[in-house]
Design a binder for this molecule. Structure first.
Ligand SMILES: [Zn+2]
Length: 360
């Protein structure tokens, strides 16, 4: 058994693997061999890895985060897969989303493995979070049943009680093409679409969710006509509306509102698979997370996460900021070290609360 790495050193090793979704295999192998060197028994399943620390009795808690990263894209000041430390920040693709969480969870699990635990802990490090596919949604079938979950995503080390859902809808405005010099002979689909888009802009979703905040709508794509046919009125115009939903403005209600707003275009729903999800602040895992993070203030996590695949109470919690998916993504290394302690404390507090609430 070798000495374990500090969370900061571990993270620097992890970000050097260019584990863009679909290419997590080498990183999974490296982490598995590291975990074996420090005395744990990881199992590899596809491009996922998990470790089970069995307790004698008590509930089961899942720690999960993802090992895949988005493509680095352009605009980086240095190689995105060569870690650079400057002023206490680590710069690299994945440093923030979500390998800082991964390094902190691994460190916490190594510490917890050396303690007596009043419950079972599962660590699952998974692939394909950014794309959907063969990550947690598939691995969950291999794992023992669990009672609560901690999902690692960057939340400034403040617990988040949930995530908004997502509906993606195409607005299709049909007109009739004609020569631009005789517009009255056709029907210009751009004008109808433009009216629908402005109605979307002016709409304020209500009510505001006490746990998940406001629902939002955003037009993200608007297209019609072609630069090579500038003297023609086009036959169709299209836009994409991205709707982020909450428990009180859920996917169905958001679609009903969109249908009443949009007067000229046909609505084609492209995706409504991701449902909003939230955990009660009174749940054991939420109480444990707030106690461990030493804060009362929930974080409003705005992105999607693998929490969507989990059917039990959970929190989203991890080191990091809002530089995910950007060039020069970075994470404060101190926050990562702190997260390792927080995660270990969440497990300890969770098992403690579970055993005392059994007695009462
Ligand atoms: Zn993420």
């Amino acid at each position: 058994v070798t000495r374990s790495l500090s969370p900061s050193k571990l993270l620097q090793r992890m970000v050097a693997f260019p584990s863009v979704s679909g290419h997590e295999g080498d990183l999974v192998e490296w982490i598995a061999s590291y975990l074996r060197r420090v005395g744990l028994s990881p199992t590899i399943s596809g491009r996922n890895l998990y470790v089970i620390l069995r307790g004698e009795d008590g509930p089961t808690l899942l720690f999960n985060t993802h090992l895949d990263v988005v493509h680095p894209g352009v605009g980086w000041s240095s190689d995105p897969f060569v870690p650079v430390v400057k002023d206490g920040m680590l710069y690299a693709r994945g440093a923030n989303d979500a390998k800082g969480c991964g390094a902190a969870m691994i460190t916490a699990v190594i510490a917890l493995a050396r303690e007596r635990r009043a419950g079972t802990l599962i660590l699952a490090l998974t692939c394909d979070e950014e794309t959907g596919g063969e990550g947690l949604e598939k691995l969950i079938c291999d794992l023992p049943a669990f009672d609560s979950a901690v999902i690692g995503e960057p939340t400034f080390n403040r617990p988040s009680l949930g995530m908004r859902g997502l509906v993606s809808a195409l607005l299709l405005s049909r007109g009739r093409g004609c020569h631009a010099s005789r517009p009255h002979e056709g029907i210009n689909p751009i004008y109808g679409l433009a009216q629908d888009v402005l109605a979307v802009r002016d709409f304020i979703p209500e009510p505001v969710d006490p746990l998940l905040g406001k629902g939002t709508l955003a037009v993200t794509v608007f297209s019609a006509g072609e630069m090579s046919a500038r003297n023609r009125v086009p036959g169709v115009a299209e836009a994409i509306v991205d709707l982020r939903t909450t428990l009180v403005w859920d996917n169905n209600r958001a679609l009903d509102d969109l249908r009443s707003l949009v007067k000229q275009s046909e609505i084609i729903v492209r995706s409504q698979r991701i449902k909003p999800k939230a955990t009660s602040p009174d749940s054991l895992v939420a109480r444990a997370a707030f106690a461990a993070a030493k804060t009362d203030l929930a974080y409003e996590f705005r992105g999607a996460s693998d929490f969507a695949h989990v059917a039990v109470p959970g929190v989203i919690l991890g080191p990091g900021n809002t530089t995910s998916h950007q060039p020069d993504e970075h994470v404060p290394l101190k926050m990562v070290s702190r997260a390792a302690d927080i995660y270990a404390d969440v497990a300890r507090a969770y098992f403690d609360l579970a055993s005392t609430s059994h007695l009462s």
